[in-house]
Design a protein around this ligand. Structure first.
Ligand SMILES: [Zn+2]
Ligand SMILES: [Zn+2]
Length: 487
């Protein structure tokens, strides 16, 4: 008997290219007969349930599935081969099969038997790692699915299947379809006219993570709140300063001379616009494990900090957990009252895209300084002073304070909200997964970067492995940093 526990769910992510490969196999005998395959996945157990991500599809070889049967019947040899591979790679075993067109994707009694048997059998090989079983079916463009994961001795419901590419296709399990009551929303009628009625439900059921709540993060947040995104996780370690007033949404004259947490100010802003929106406000840094747990419960994470460590970490997370991350950067330069550069960059991480190291967007020296404690910095300065050269291998100074202006960061925040809405609703996409422009250049100087995975980079071999790739993260939380505070 397979009984789902309540209160904890799973989110399953798969890169778009892997999903195509999986569909080619499982719909091989569609629409009347079932077919399926094994796959390997990574996972992270979180307070809310588990983040699961597909690493590799493992197609059946000739004779490994029973062709005479109408249903999916893996042979003992196929099961053994798949369980052995899970054991050898340190990953977990999953199985997917199709149900015929028009049939429900709720598990049959035979599926219950198969899942009980496979969870047990693979556990013998993998020392009781999780086991995952999903069922898919489609009609035209509609996908129906259900899934369950055996984790720590319990069956958890798989709430969503999230296909990550330049688009995000999120399929909710048939048990979690939003009710009609949630969908009607007169205050967002005009947005519905522009993007279609279905956009309300897509936005209302979405959860967005925002890391960095100042120049770009705060306007993106405000725009998404107004558009009706239902839930947020917002993260920033810093309190408000007077210099933030020029660019931070939700900051007012009354905040001057006080130093509330930026995330608290944004939560207040959301409350004034629409009190039904849920905001988890965290004073802390994305590198903390407790924060990561919450980011993995988001549909998309917006990287709005412009620090090397945060960019490196969120790009790692995008790769290891397949989580979509949109990163923005703003470059402003000038001299003698003349502005020479006002560059904006958008980059999409997650799914199958190259990481921030492949893109050469991480300066490892500045990253190490960002993570250093004061004592180490002082020792480096002293070592550099003793050195009979320029001492640059010890100390090149503090990271420069980036120049930036509110009109530029506000525009970037708004565009970022736009691409997030496009991704969530499926109405439009970013023009490419990495592009730059300069608002002072003729034709805005737009360029799209070609992106390739660097063969020296380990991101490709870590893709989807989740916590099994933790040793390959390019950055870890320094122990001298304070733990996060959930407001
Ligand atoms: Zn079935
Ligand atoms: Zn890489």
């Amino acid at each position: 008997m397979v009984e789902l526990i309540s209160g904890r769910i799973c989110r399953l992510r798969i890169a778009e290219g892997q999903m195509h490969r999986m569909e080619r196999i499982i719909y091989h005998r569609y629409p009347t007969r079932e077919w399926g395959c094994f796959f390997l996945f990574g996972y992270r157990s979180c307070s809310w349930g588990a983040a699961l991500s597909v690493v590799e599809i493992f197609p059946p070889q000739a004779g490994e599935l029973n062709r005479q049967s109408h249903i999916f019947e893996p042979s003992p040899g196929y099961i053994k081969r798949a369980a052995q591979l899970a054991m050898d790679t340190g990953l977990c075993l999953g199985v997917v099969h199709s149900h015929p067109e028009g049939c429900s994707t709720s598990p049959s009694l035979l599926d219950d038997d198969m899942d009980s048997y496979l969870a047990d059998t693979q556990g013998g090989y993998t020392k009781f790692r999780p086991y995952l079983s999903i069922i898919l079916s489609k009609t035209d463009d509609q996908v129906s699915f259900s899934g369950r994961c055996w984790l720590d001795g319990q069956w958890l419901d798989v709430k969503s299947l999230e296909i990550v590419g330049i688009r995000l296709k999120k399929h909710l399990s048939y048990r979690h379809h939003p009710s009609e009551r949630d969908i009607r929303d007169p205050s967002r009628e005009r947005l519905g006219d522009a993007l279609g009625e279905a956009s309300h439900a897509a936005l209302r059921s979405a959860k967005i993570g925002i890391v960095g709540c100042s120049g770009t993060g705060s306007p993106a947040f405000e725009r998404l709140v107004r558009a009706g995104v239902g839930s947020f996780v917002i993260v920033d370690p810093k309190p408000f300063k007077a210099s933030n007033l020029e660019r931070m949404a939700g900051s007012y004259h009354r905040h001057l001379g006080k130093s509330p947490a930026k995330v608290a100010m944004l939560r207040e802003l959301a409350n004034e616009i629409d009190p039904s929106i849920k905001v988890m406000a965290i004073v802390g840094n994305a590198l903390d494990d407790l924060v990561l747990d919450q980011l993995l419960d988001c549909d998309i994470v917006l990287s709005c900090t412009d620090t090397n460590h945060s960019r490196a970490f969120l790009s790692d997370i995008g790769c290891h957990y397949l989580l979509p991350v949109i990163d923005v950067a703003v470059g402003f330069d000038g001299k003698d009252s003349r502005v020479s550069e006002q560059v904006v960059e958008f980059v999409l991480y997650g799914g199958e895209f190259p990481c921030a190291h492949c893109d050469e967007r991480i300066d490892s020296y500045w990253m190490s300084v960002e993570l250093m404690d004061e004592q180490t910095k002082q020792e480096r300065r002293e070592d550099a002073a003793k050195f009979e050269g320029d001492g640059a291998q010890y100390w090149r100074g503090e990271p420069p304070q980036l120049l930036t202006v509110g009109y530029l960061t506000g525009m970037v925040g708004d565009m970022l909200a736009g691409y997030t809405i496009g991704m969530l609703t499926g109405c439009f996409e970013m023009p490419s997964t990495r592009f730059q422009f300069d608002i002072t250049m003729p034709n805005l100087g737009c360029v799209s970067a070609s992106r390739i995975v660097d063969s020296e980079c380990h991101c490709e071999s870590c893709r989807g492995k989740a916590d099994a790739a933790v040793a390959w993260r390019s950055v870890a939380r320094p122990i001298h940093w304070p733990r996060p505070v959930f407001l």
